[in-house]
Ligand binder design. Structure first.
Ligand code: 15L
Length: 268
C-alpha cells in the first residue's frame, strides 16, 4: 500500500504494535501520531499532536487515505478524562477526516462497548451495545459516530470490538476474548483494503473455541485468524478473576463490577 495511512496512538500499546506490523506488511507511507513520542523507530514518520486540538489534527490528516484510530485512554478513567480524550478526541478526528476527504477509518472499539452482556449470551455484529464503563461508553459512541460519518459523508469505517489483545492470554477470561497481534493486524489490513466495506462492526478475537462472539461478518470479509487461545493451558492462567463473582457473570469482567451501584438481577 503506497497511500498515506495515519496511525493514532502510535506510542501506545496496540497503536505501536500496528505502526510496526503494518510497515512489515508493506505499508510504505505510514505516519504515526500521539501525545508523546515513545518507542518510535528512527525511520518512522511521526507527528506530535493532541486529538483535543482539531486544528492540529486537521493539518496532520491532509492527504491521508485511511486512519487507524487507536489514540485514546485504553482503560476506565474519570468521566471528564474519558469525555475529553476519547469522545471529543474521536469526534475531532472524524471531523478532520471529513474536512480532508479521508476515505476510511479503522476504529479501535472494545469488548467494553458490549461488556454488560451476560457471558451466556452469544453476540454478533447486530447485538445491542451494552457499555460497562465510561471507557466502554466512549467506544460505543465511536461506533455510532463512525456509522454516522459513513452514512452521511461516505467515510467508510470498520469498528473492531477488540477483546484482549496481548502476546499471550493471561487470565481465564482471555480464553474467550484473546486476539493475537498478528490477527489484529490482519483485521486492520482488511479494514483498510476491502472494497465492500461501508460501515462494519467485527469482533477482534482470534479463533477461540470458547468465544462469546459470532464473528461471521469478519470471516465474510476474508478474515482467517491464525491464532487461537485453545492452545494455552487454562490451568496455567491466573485465576484472579475468580475472586470477583460479579465479573464472572458479564463479558466485560472487572470493568462491570468497578464502582457498581446497580442491581445485578436487572441486567439480563
Ligand atoms: C480493553 O479494551 C482494554 O484496552 C484492555 O486494557 C483490556 O482491559 C481489554 O479491553 C480486555 O477486556 O481484556
Amino acid at each position: 500500500m503506497n497511500k498515506k495511512v495515519l496511525v493514532t496512538g502510535a506510542s501506545g500499546h496496540l497503536g505501536g504494535v500496528l505502526f510496526r506490523s503494518l510497515a512489515n506488511l508493506g505499508y510504505k507511507n505510514l505516519v504515526g501520531t500521539d501525545l508523546k513520542k515513545k518507542n518510535i523507530g528512527k525511520n518512522q514518520k511521526f507527528i506530535l499532536a493532541n486529538l483535543k486540538n482539531l486544528k492540529a489534527i486537521t493539518k496532520m490528516s491532509k492527504g491521508v487515505h485511511a486512519i487507524v484510530h487507536f489514540g485514546a485512554i485504553p482503560i476506565e478513567d474519570t468521566q471528564p478524562n474519558i469525555l475529553q480524550n476519547n469522545i471529543i478526541g474521536t469526534y475531532n478526528l472524524f471531523e478532520a477526516a471529513r474536512i480532508n476527504k479521508v476515505k476510511r477509518i479503522i476504529f479501535a472499539s472494545s469488548n467494553h462497548a458490549i461488556g454488560f452482556h451476560r457471558r451466556t449470551t452469544k453476540l454478533n455484529e447486530f447485538s445491542n451495545q451494552r457499555p460497562d464503563s465510561h471507557y466502554g461508553l466512549s467506544k460505543a459512541f465511536g461506533e455510532e459516530l463512525s456509522r454516522f460519518y459513513a452514512d452521511k459523508f461516505n467515510i467508510k469505517s470498520m469498528c473492531i470490538r477488540i477483546g484482549s489483545c496481548l502476546k499471550v492470554p493471561q487470565d481465564r477470561r482471555h480464553v474467550s476474548t484473546w486476539i493475537s497481534y498478528d490477527d489484529l493486524t490482519q483485521l486492520v489490513d482488511i479494514g483498510i483494503k476491502h472494497k465492500a466495506i461501508h460501515h462494519v462492526i467485527v469482533y477482534g478475537a482470534s479463533k477461540n473455541k470458547k468465544s462469546w462472539w459470532n464473528n461471521s461478518r469478519a470471516y465474510q470479509l476474508g478474515y482467517k485468524p491464525k491464532d487461537s487461545s485453545d492452545k494455552f493451558d487454562i490451568h496455567l492462567l491466573s485465576k484472579n478473576e475468580h475472586k470477583n463473582k460479579m465479573a464472572l457473570l458479564f463479558q466485560g469482567g472487572v470493568f462491570t463490577s468497578a464502582n457498581f451501584k446497580g442491581d445485578i438481577k436487572n441486567i439480563k
